[in-house]
Design a protein around this ligand. Structure first.
Ligand code: GLN
Ligand code: ZN
Length: 768
């Protein structure tokens, strides 16, 4: 049997080792460079990225994964899908129009952006509407030529598959999916034919939508699409690539008329191997096996990977096997090389994009030349993992004991909501339709500079604390003066709502350069949960207690919830996400108790990321929601009945989640709604909601100051569906990205709108 296994990759981080990509874009947008300079910087960057991958000895280097903003936007623009408001005259789409679609322009709002499956990457949603697709520009062809001419690379162009492209687009009824596919098919055919004529051997067509719930009708459409492509471009080799989960119809997908199928063997819950063992693998087909985790930062257990390869080769001979990362490496940082501040046990346990490609190369050598040939490399990798795994902070008996007893940890408040409501009304004596905010107030340059100076050591602890206290005090005074009923301290001491807690809880570390793209040029550096998470000392009590000491009105304590901390971090992979979430919940429970003990009796625990953690398959939702809700309840349930627990969620589609939200049993929830008010109200009309609730009455994403009337309308509409005794009035989300002038004006209007609404409901009381 041949042992000539091959290696491939599905996409490389675009942002550059030092975020050069981001900087190039942002200087261009700021008007400091021209288009020519941008294009040339981008070429240099791309070439560097290609050479790095080439140096790793990959057999299949992905091309056309590079972009100036987002690969879905690229695909739309490539097919001439440009909404009318951008005034595109036809033909190739200009760079200005491209960026206008991404970011908005003076005359036209940007296209909507949404999460790419269950990752923290966001793509621009194509607005297909009635536009007729045409091949405006063959981007993969250009990428192929560039790599070949500039670096001598015979690469594998990547294209978003037609089915996935349409599933992720909007502007047409889902019943028209097949009709739309017919319209696009000739354009896809043309694209592939041009590649074929150029001499392209392999094309990677990404169809991650196949891991979502797929109806038989949708499956038939996919079969039709690939049969047509096979018929019309017969001898181009297509790798149909899926990732992020197991495909929904294994046998049928494996039988599609393409040369190779790419499957994720890391995030599939073991299902692909089971299916392979049950159904075998078609004789004529290449299996591209995603065996290295493309979404997490850890070094692989290579012995386990070799064992997996061994099991795969029982069904697929090595010369029909391609070893790959489980997904594009877009979701991990570029390289571990610069992480010198980490202790060696941690640094050696990490693998970012470059290290993952090294792992692939090593595995391929082990298959081709035998394990003995790479014994010392394998041993070194094994040692590194052993050292990491035995770190004491990953093996805390106190945390393990608490986790073992988690089933006994109470997650039920001492009274049910209806009774808590009464005692809380008694205690707090808030007016009808109380006003509040979501937590953060503007993070001015001054605030950020003070924090930086403190981090660098040029501002000492006492001076920084005094600075933060000053900010808190003026924020409290302003809120009182505006007439808000429930105040916040303003979150001036926090850069980011997850990082802040990650720095104070045990179990986290932060990289120096571990950036990943979130959307466009925006990059995030997620905290890494590498060890047991535990409470160390109070994290928020000082600022909250100080704020409360300044006012006779209630000041909400402000925490980030367990599920959000989990979903916005890289997480250790030896425990389940549920277990890690429980550890965080137990730690936050201690913080909640510390706040209550310090006299903070309204506590908000933000969970904006609950919705986005939903698994890709509907059948997994219930399990996830159960433990997510339980984590929140563990964190918040131990307080007195009179203590009021708030939570906040950013925009999400609630209709399918209201039960879970109710089950969280927060006394008050605030939700971002102003951009989709009607829809949300409609779902409340249908299902009702019987806890305290504040629907955001104005959009905080724009500096526009809404007038009083607009907000009153929002309130009146909401009150048609919701009980006024339970209704709160607040902005959509935190105000930290806003400036002071618009914040102040908007809040004054909000309070005015609340007073007017109160008056309409209870004319006598308001004036008494
Ligand atoms: N309390 C946070 C803030 O106000 C909530 C932010 C969020 O939901 N993303 O900034
Ligand atoms: Zn929010």
């Amino acid at each position: 049997m041949s042992n000539q296994v091959r290696t491939g990759s599905l996409g490389y981080p675009r942002i550059g080792e030092q975020r050069e990509w981001k900087k190039a874009l942002e200087t261009f947008w700021a008007g400091k460079t021209d288009e020519k300079a941008l294009l040339s910087e981008m070429e240099t960057l791309l070439l560097g990225q290609l050479r790095r991958q080439q140096a790793k000895g990959l057999d299949f280097i992905p091309l056309n994964d590079f972009t100036y903003y987002d690969h879905m936007l690229d695909t739309a623009v490539m097919f001439g899908i440009v909404p009318e408001r951008y005034g595109h005259p036809g033909g190739k789409v200009s760079l200005d129009t491209y960026f206008a679609m991404a970011r908005g322009s003076a005359g036209a709002v940007a296209s909507e952006m949404t999460k790419w499956f269950n990752t923290n990457y966001h793509y621009i949603v194509p607005e297909i509407g009635e536009s007729k697709p045409y091949l405006a520009e063959n981007k993969p062809l250009a990428a192929y030529r560039f790599a070949k001419e500039q670096a001598g690379i015979e690469g594998r162009p990547v294209v978003v598959g037609l089915y996935t492209f349409l599933r992720l687009s909007k502007g047409f009824a889902s019943s028209r999916l097949a009709e739309k596919a017919e319209q696009f098919l000739p354009v896809y055919v043309q694209l592939l034919q041009e590649l074929k004529q150029e001499g392209v051997q392999w094309v990677q067509i990404d169809e991650p939508a196949l891991v979502q719930d797929t109806s038989l009708e949708q499956l038939r459409l996919v079969q039709h699409i690939y049969a047509e492509l096979r018929r019309q471009v017969p001898d181009l080799r297509i790798l149909l690539q899926t990732y992020f989960e197991a495909v929904d119809h294994f046998e049928q997908v494996a039988a599609l008329p393409v040369a190779a199928i790419g499957l994720d063997f890391v995030h599939d819950g073991g299902k692909h191997l089971e299916q392979l063992e049950r159904h075998g693998w078609p004789q004529d087909k290449v299996l591209a096996a995603g065996i290295i985790d493309g979404r997490n930062v850890w070094r692989s257990d290579l012995d386990a990977k070799l064992e997996l390869i061994g099991r795969l080769s029982a069904y697929v001979p090595a010369d029909r096997l391609i070893l790959q990362p489980s997904s594009s490496l877009l979701h991990v940082p570029v390289t571990v090389d610069r992480e010198d501040k980490l202790k060696p046990e941690i640094k050696d346990a990490l693998a970012f994009a470059d290290q993952k490609l090294d792992e692939l190369a090593l595995l391929a050598r082990a298959v081709r030349e035998g394990r003995d040939a790479v014994a010392s490399e394998l041993a070194a990798a094994r040692d590194a993992l052993t050292r990491f795994r035995s770190l004491p902070e990953r093996n805390r008996t106190d945390v393990a004991e608490r986790l073992a007893g988690i089933a006994q940890v109470g997650d039920t408040r001492s009274l049910p909501f209806a009774e808590r409501f009464k005692v809380q009304q008694e205690k707090w004596k808030l007016p009808l339709l109380p006003t509040t905010t979501i937590g953060s107030f503007p993070q001015t340059m001054e605030v950020r500079q003070a924090r930086q100076q403190w981090r660098k050591g040029s501002l000492d602890d006492a001076a920084y604390e005094a600075f933060v206290n000053q900010e808190i005090e003026s924020c409290i005074r302003l809120q009182e003066e505006i007439g808000l009923d429930v105040l916040v301290h303003g979150e001036f001491e926090r850069t980011d709502m997850v990082e802040f807690f990650g720095e104070k809880l045990a179990g986290f570390f932060f990289t120096a350069n571990g950036w990943v793209q979130s959307y466009g040029s925006r990059c995030v550096k997620p905290p890494v949960i590498y060890a047991d998470v535990a409470f160390v000392e109070p994290m928020t009590v000082k600022e909250s207690a100080y704020a409360q000491s300044l006012s006779s009105r209630p000041v909400k304590g402000m925490l980030t919830g367990p599920v959000t901390i989990l979903n916005w971090s890289f997480v250790r992979d030896d425990l389940s996400r549920e277990q890690v979430s429980s550890q965080i919940a137990l730690a936050l429970r201690q913080e909640v108790e510390a706040l209550e003990g310090a006299g903070i009796e309204m506590i908000q625990v933000d969970e904006p990321a609950v919705r986005e953690g939903l698994p890709l398959k509907g059948s997994d939702h219930e399990h996830y929601l159960n433990w997510a809700v339980r984590s929140f309840r563990i964190a918040t349930a131990s307080v007195r009945a009179t203590t009021q627990i708030h939570t906040h969620m950013c925009y999400c589609e609630f209709h399918d989640m209201i039960d879970s939200i109710t089950a969280m049993d927060a006394d008050v929830i605030s939700i971002e709604t102003s951009r989709s008010h009607g829809e949300l109200i409609a779902s409340f009309e249908l299902q009702g909601y019987d806890h305290g609730i504040g629907l955001g009455v104005y959009d905080i994403h724009s500096p526009r100051v809404p007038d009083v009337r607009e907000m009153e309308d929002m309130i009146d509409r909401a009150l048609k569906a919701l009980d006024p005794r339970l209704f709160w009035i607040n902005p959509d989300c935190g105000l930290k990205t806003r400036g002071w002038p618009e914040t102040e004006k908007s809040l004054r209007h909000m309070v005015e709108a609340a007073l007017a609404a109160r008056e309409r409901l209870q004319p006598a009381q308001v004036n008494s």
